[in-house]
Ligand binder design. Sequence first.
Ligand SMILES: [Zn+2]
Length: 311
Amino acid sequence: MSLQLNVPADNSFHPGRPGTGELVPSRYALKIGEIDVMVVSDGVLPLPTKMLGHNADPTVRARWMANQFLPSDAFDWPLNAVVVRSGEQIILLDAGLGLDPDLNLPRAGQLIKRLEAADIDLTSVTDLVLTHLHMDHIGGLLVEGVKEKLRPDLRIHVASAEAKFWEDPDFTYTKMPEGFPDALRATAKRFLSEYRSHLRLFDDEQQVAPGVVARRTGGHTPGHCVIRIASGSDALTFAGDAVFAVGFDQPDWHNGFEHDPEEAARVRINLLRTLSESGELLVATHLPFPSVGRVAAAGDAFRWVPVFWDY
Ligand SMILES: [Zn+2]
């Protein structure tokens, strides 16, 4: 099965000389009080544009895409994961798409390689928090050789509703391209069987480390969670798939990967409203790298305000 869509295969560019190093930065580090945070790009994943708002009028959706200078058929979704160091713990938030060659999505699945390039040894990871069990968030754990490198006492924090959902998942309200439901089902099933002994299930909220709290939101999937990192007067929320690039302008558009799209829209609007009031930082899986910014209220909707890079 191939999930490859109609997009360019390679955008690497080496002026002056051939090279294998990456010229586009793939990691961005910041401090939240005493806690170290690093966003790491897993690459990009091409998806059809109608996935962004399958309940929207196609002409309105096409106008939004044109206003963003994005192609009308398919475009590259960014994929981000986050590494957090709090006290003695190193916590990975989500694990990227992985490298399953059958998916034919070779521009994603870069996370493991990029963690190594950032001198983050997999054996140093004490905890993993999974926002949900879609394959673009867990696939990195299924890359050959990864499980062997992870610590035998690695704790994987997942909402219990999420683990339960994937035993018999319901795709009634999703609108995914062909092949995706089967791939998602198979990947979640394989993850649950390979990593079951590592799971630390929680109901609504779990403190993973000092200042690092996972909170179940549901919506996107029944056990979807967000992770808030807070220290001193700083705070950052990693929102997983609670918000996509279109979600600021059009928070009530239904994303094709949402298993309960109406609940997902409520979760998104609540989260964006809370962040617009607090001014706390937001990072989300599918916002453009490095995906660090704030949310402003804009009439009935919101506005994404990326931070200025801090060099
Ligand atoms: Zn996702």
